[in-house]
Design a protein around this ligand. Structure first.
Ligand code: BGC
Length: 543
């Protein structure tokens, strides 16, 4: 009984009502504006210098590297020009020691080594071709313009971007902490390590995963208008959307194309409302934040993203376990347990370890609607060393986990809804009947049961959206945004290079083409810069 009552009390603390959603949206819109006015605000609203989204006709072969959380992904992407693509990829876990390495060099060296092995394994011909060409160059500097692979670098941390392939790290998130890297240009750090290995790769574009998601969604979903927003609900959370240039009041330092009148902004909404004007703040949220590597920062993310939801739940469970009157994971004797056993929790259970509760079990809890919650109870046993959990234990776990997941989804709706309202698309005649398209990616939105449905439910409650507006919003999964999207931005970057060659670059181009002709070789298919800059492609991206 005590457990049921306590569970109810805790669940109520995670309620996030329709009224709360509306208050959240209002404040979100206010902080969007603040970020458009000046730098250094809690929601950074970072200009990306990407001024258009693709339409699916783009072509070419690009490399992409994705560093954004627990894994490093290296991939090559062939854009087929018909809304489709082919992707080859390799994945490696980022060792914990590198996430908190002493120097940035250690981490970037690791990335370069993985690019090296990827190229040798999947594109050996091109690698070998490059080596042969380099050997024939008389000028030691000559091979520099033979960076035959353009690479889109998806680096999913807050970066002050000052150009399409230049950006300075503002802060680490998601458990990374390498102070030495703060303030440095992450593209230069990567290029340096790539050059040390003499790889034929140019870091052509710096991409946040949300920007990649937005690009990938626009490439793959046919429609008259491109996607409005790319959002990640995974280990971390963030969104990038298209803003009118005229609304961006703060100075834009880098070069960009003004013809579309728009630019993609990386909101870094993980830091929405760091000042806690409106975000819910339970004792459990407070504890999580105070024990994190970045207290007071990423306050929205700490209530929404997969990395933190399991930890919030764990903190709640520990507090319940500390209260002996509640009797979580404890029976007086076997007659109280419908499995005719007594519940025990092993001292080595993940519940007693910081980050020891993987959010994935929350999905199991949400999905298990069997009368005796058998699946969840087995999972509690196998994942968290809770032996013979009782029905009441499982009910409490499910109720609390679901309340945390539901609050996360409704908070996510605050961000999505605010961006939709900010765009004005619901009332824009130019939008016509076209849906307002949103591409999403990340483990939470993909695997947490009904996450999108819960977002829609909250969207319907937002003033200015309502049932009718919510129906016009199309939220679809955009897989591999960080690969395909990065490739697409590398393509934009390559076309920009192509458009405005400096005198020195033009000379190098002439020289390398002459060398190619002399050696009687054809341009290999991988030398994609000429292939993708057909007039159509340029129009598609730049117009
Ligand atoms: C980072 C963002 C990123 C998001 C999703 C956040 O922690 O600050 O840059 O887009 O995670 O990966």
């Amino acid at each position: 009984m005590a457990l049921a009552a306590e569970t109810k009390r805790i669940v109520a603390q995670f309620e996030y009502s329709d009224a709360d959603v509306n208050i959240g949206v209002k404040e979100f819109l206010r902080q969007i504006d603040e970020g458009l006015e000046k730098s250094g605000t809690s929601m950074s609203q970072i200009p990306t210098y990407v001024t258009a989204v693709p339409n699916g006709t783009e072509k070419g072969l690009y490399l992409a590297v994705d560093l954004g959380g627990t894994n490093l992904r290296v991939c090559s992407v062939r854009l087929n020009g018909d809304n489709s693509f082919n992707l080859t990829y390799s994945k490696a876990a980022v060792p914990k020691s590198l996430m908190v390495a002493k120097t940035a060099k250690e981490l970037f060296q690791f990335i370069a080594q993985h690019i090296d092995s990827f190229i040798k394994e999947h594109h050996y011909d091109h690698y070998e071709h490059h080596v042969r060409r380099r050997e024939t160059m008389s000028n030691p500097e000559g091979y520099r313009d033979e960076h035959i692979f353009r690479l889109g670098f998806t680096f999913s941390f807050p970066v002050q971007q000052v150009g399409i392939n230049k950006g300075f790290l503002i802060r680490w998130t998601k458990g990374f902490d390498i102070p030495d890297a703060i303030g440095k240009d992450v593209c230069a750090l990567l290029q340096e390590e790539i050059d040390i290995l003499h790889l034929p790769v140019k870091v052509a574009a710096l991409v946040n995963d949300t920007v990649g998601t937005l690009m990938a969604r626009s490439y793959t979903s046919p429609g008259k208008t491109g996607a409005l927003l790319g959002a990640i609900f995974g280990t971390g959370t963030n969104g990038a959307y298209i803003e009118k240039l005229s609304n961006i009041k703060k100075p834009l330092e880098g070069e960009y194309d003004t013809s579309t009148g728009e630019m993609v902004l990386n909101t870094e909404w993980g830091s929405f409302d760091n000042q806690l004007n409106v975000l819910p703040n339970t004792t459990f949220d407070i504890k999580l934040d105070s024990e994190s590597v970045n207290p007071g920062i990423q306050m929205f993310e700490k209530r929404v993203s997969g990395m933190f939801l399991g930890e919030i739940l764990r903190i709640v469970l520990v507090s319940l376990l500390q209260d002996k009157s509640v009797q979580l994971f404890h029976d007086d004797n076997s007659s109280h347990n419908d499995w005719k056993s007594t519940t025990t929790i092993a001292p080595e259970s993940g519940i007693f370890k910081k980050w020891g509760l993987d959010s994935a079990i929350m999905s199991v809890a949400a999905l298990d609607n069997t009368p005796d919650l058998g699946t969840l109870r087995q999972e509690l046993d196998s994942q968290l060393d809770v032996y013979s959990p009782s029905m009441e234990d499982a009910q409490a776990f499910k109720a609390i986990a679901s309340a945390i997941g539901r609050r996360a989804a409704r908070l996510s709706a605050v961000a999505v809804g605010a961006i939709v309202l900010q765009s004005g698309k619901l009332t824009d005649p130019a939008q016509g009947d076209e849906p307002i398209d949103i591409g999403v990616d990340g483990s939470l939105v993909e695997h947490y049961p009904h996450f999108r449905t819960m977002i829609y439910d909250a969207l319907k409650a937002i003033d200015g959206i309502g049932e009718v507006g919510a129906e016009r919003i199309r939220i679809g999964i955009a897989k591999d945004g960080s690969g395909v999207g990065a490739a697409l931005i590398a393509l934009v970057a390559a076309s920009m290079e192509k458009k405005q060659p400096t005198a020195e670059e033009s000379l190098k181009q002439v020289r390398s083409e002459a060398l190619l002709q002399n050696s009687g070789r054809q341009l290999s298919a991988v030398n994609e810069v000429p292939e993708q800059t057909t007039p159509n492609n340029e129009e598609a991206i730049d117009a």
